[in-house]
Design a protein around this ligand. Structure first.
Ligand code: FE
Length: 203
């Protein structure tokens, strides 16, 4: 089986929030979809080891924010890269709460959708949640963020953050795919053929 075929499936990007036992938490997922229209039904899958997943499985409801294409990478990193077990991820996020008391994020979403969960199915690594849509509201105008767009923006941002190295002899600026630091010691400047050691960090 060619697992890379699975990477061709397009996805969106969503913030999923829950408040349970006087604790609020949220995380980022890419698998949410409307599953039926009569009744209005939404399904999503979430990594079982996430604290948010545990809390949603216990409360049986959640609020989904459909992220907008101008949502900051910082917001996604804050909810997506850390666990609520180690840090209070909700600090400074300007969330609002739906009728079930679950958080959504008006500043970064094109819409919010609240779900009353009636099915929890164990898929192995993930839990599948499915349920009735109880609230739905458009938030910011504009396009929703796709997972591909997010990955491209993240890659471009990471490249910008990388240090630049310039040849002190011929002023060639290294721009290869591989990071400069990971080049072998016998690598030479493609222009003047001097060793890697003559390169200096550029501003
Ligand atoms: Fe050079």
């Amino acid at each position: 089986m060619d697992n890379s075929a699975l990477f061709t499936i397009p996805y969106g990007l969503f913030a999923v929030g829950v408040t349970h036992d006087s604790r609020t938490n949220a995380c980022i997922i890419n698998t949410a979809a409307q599953a039926a229209s009569e009744p209005q039904t939404l399904l999503c899958t979430m990594l079982k080891s996430n604290l948010t997943t545990e809390m949603i499985a216990a409360k049986k409801s959640m609020a989904i924010t459909v992220l907008s294409s101008d949502c900051s990478l910082d917001f996604i990193a804050k909810l997506g890269m850390k666990s609520g077990r180690d840090a209070d991820k909700m600090q400074g996020l300007n969330e609002k709460y739906d009728n079930m008391g679950n958080p959504y994020f008006p500043g970064v979403g094109t819409a919010r959708i609240s779900v009353d969960i009636d099915l929890v199915h164990d898929l192995g690594s993930h839990l599948l949640f499915s349920g009735r849509i109880t609230e739905a509201e458009k938030l910011c105008p504009g396009e929703s963020l796709t997972y591909t767009e997010y990955r491209n923006r993240k890659a471009a941002g990471d490249r910008k953050k990388e240090k630049k190295y310039v040849c002190s002899i011929c002023h060639y600026v290294y721009s290869g795919e591989q990071s400069f630091e990971s080049l072998p010691d016998d690598w030479i400047c493609p222009i003047c053929k001097k060793p890697k050691s003559v390169f200096v960090e550029a501003d």
